[in-house]
Structures are given as structure tokens and as C-alpha cells.
Design a protein around this ligand. Structure first.
Ligand code: NDP
Length: 244
């Protein structure tokens, strides 16, 4: 794998913090040219301070046209991780239409926007590619107060399957990963309460939440040629949560 990522351009969305940040740093370490997309300039500055070979792209992924324009100068991009997402949690009866719009714009629509731009270019150049969408165990299990988040991640899984179907003939593979809780800033929104955390932990056969690296490594595998025949899957990274 070390050699495989040399001279390859990989785009990671939501690379300003959390899983995306760790992934961007790891891929840069493996020799890839990393395009790191995030919304806050401050977070991107901190990322580049850790590895100045990473190219930061500061854009709001909710802005369809600005996102496409921001990506263009970096093409061709053969590897893509659609990782950016937001979590807004409310009881179902209190969900607001604005919550729906934000979650679906960032968590689903941005995947379409970024992947279209990158895949269209690869198809024109007849280059192969691999795309990993970061879904969640929440795509396949109902979690209290997560109605819109769960819906958005179920949409990511559906989108992944159709992208795999339509881009596969162009030798562009598309898969998703479905992590359990990771205590990033996002993870802490839902799971810093001890009672809630204990309830979730009791349903995970490995009895722990995922570490950032537990998620980073399987994503790198799905990007790499080691997974050359894997297309259209949703890979749980959940210590067995979805198996129970
Ligand atoms: P964080 O909240 O820690 O980081 C999210 C990243 O997405 C940030 O870099 C943020 O940018 C970026 N982002 C959010 N909105 C936008 C936007 N409009 N435009 C550009 N960038 C944006 O999340 P995690 O690292 O925890 O999550 C990463 C992925 O993993 C997500 O898809 C999440 O749904 C999924 N996941 C997370 C789990 C968890 O428990 N943490 C569990 C299962 C799945 P900025 O820093 O600039 O604000």
C-alpha cells in the first residue's frame, strides 16, 4: 500500500477535525497528495501545520457551485472520501424543517456534488477510481433522537449502491463504511452522557466505542487495490453492533 498511494491524489471532505483529519494525515504519510476540504479555515490551518504537503480547500459543501469550482483546479482526483457530515439531534416530534435541510445538504447532497465532479473527470480521462462514503451504524439501526441523522445515513447507503452500479462500468468503485460511536466532537454530541453511553456499549459485543484509527484503516483498505473487487458494500465498523 505504501507505494500505491504515492503520486495519487486523494480528496477527503470534512478533513478539518475528527475522523477526516486523522485520515488526511495518514494518507499524506502514505505519500498521497491530499486535498483536504473543510468549512472552517482555522481547522484547515491547524491541519496544514501538522503536514504542510496537504492542500487545504476551504468551502461550504452546502454551496453546490462553490464546491464544484473549488475542486476543479485539483483534478484529476482518483480517490475520494466523502466524510463531512453534521449531526443535529432532536426528539422526532421536535424536528424542524431546517434540521432536515442542513443534514441532507451536508450528509447526502454534498456527496452527489463532489463525486459527480470527480467521477465525470475520471471518466473523461479513462482513469480508475475508488470512492468511500462515510455512513454510520445509524443507517441501519434506529437511534433515539437521531431521526433525521439516521434518515440521512440510510440515504448515503442507497446512494452508495446506485453510484457503485453506475460508476462500476467506468472502473470507479464506490463503497461505504458504517462506524459505531467515535468520541470526536460529533460523537460527544450524542454519547457523552454516561447512561446513554452505557446503553450503547452494552449493545456492542466488543464493549467499546471505535477509535478514530479503527475507522481510518478500513477506509484506506477500501481506497486501495487490496479491495479491487469490492464495490457497493456498506462495511460496518461497529464491534458487532449491527450483527446483534
Ligand atoms: P466531526 O464533527 O468531528 O467533523 C466533521 C467535519 O465535517 C469537520 O471537519 C467539519 O468542518 C466538516 N463539515 C461539516 N459541515 C461542513 C460543510 N457544510 N462544509 C464543509 N465541511 C463541513 O465529525 P466526525 O469526525 O465524528 O465524523 C466524520 C464522519 O463519520 C461523518 O460522516 C459522521 O457522520 C461519521 N460518523 C461519525 C460517528 C461518530 O460517532 N463520531 C459515528 C458514525 C459515523 P469544520 O471543521 O470546518 O467545521
Amino acid at each position: 500500500t505504501e507505494n500505491e498511494f504515492q503520486n495519487k491524489t486523494v480528496c477527503v471532505t470534512g478533513a478539518g477535525r475528527g475522523i477526516g483529519k486523522a485520515l488526511a494525515l495518514r494518507l499524506a504519510e502514505l505519500g498521497a497528495k491530499v486535498i483536504a476540504i473543510s468549512k472552517s479555515d482555522e481547522n484547515l490551518k491547524q491541519l496544514v501545520a501538522l503536514n504542510n504537503k496537504i492542500s487545504p480547500v476551504c468551502v461550504d459543501l452546502c454551496d453546490w457551485n462553490a464546491t464544484k469550482e473549488a475542486i476543479k483546479p485539483h483534478l484529476p482526483i482518483q480517490l475520494l472520501v466523502n466524510n463531512a457530515a453534521v449531526a443535529i439531534l432532536h426528539p422526532f416530534l421536535e424536528v424542524k424543517p431546517e434540521d432536515f435541510d442542513v443534514l441532507f445538504n451536508v450528509n447526502v447532497r454534498s456527496i452527489i456534488c463532489v463525486s459527480q465532479e470527480i467521477a465525470r473527470d475520471l471518466i473523461e480521462r479513462k482513469l480508475p477510481g475508488s470512492i468511500v462514503n462515510v455512513s454510520s451504524q445509524a443507517s441501519a439501526a434506529g437511534l433515539k433522537d437521531h431521526s433525521i441523522y439516521c434518515s440521512s445515513k440510510a440515504a448515503v447507503d442507497g446512494l452508495t449502491r446506485v453510484m457503485a452500479l453506475e460508476l462500476g462500468p467506468h472502473n470507479i468503485r464506490v463503497n461505504s463504511v458504517q462506524p459505531t460511536v467515535v468520541l470526536t466532537e460529533m460523537g460527544r454530541i450524542g454519547w457523552s452522557d454516561e447512561t446513554k453511553a452505557a446503553g450503547m456499549l452494552s449493545k456492542i459485543p466488543l464493549h467499546r466505542f471505535a477509535e478514530v484509527d479503527d475507522v481510518v484503516e478500513p477506509i484506506i483498505y477500501l481506497l486501495s487495490n487490496r479491495s479491487a473487487m469490492i464495490n457497493g458494500v456498506g462495511l460496518p465498523i461497529d464491534g458487532g453492533f449491527l450483527a446483534t
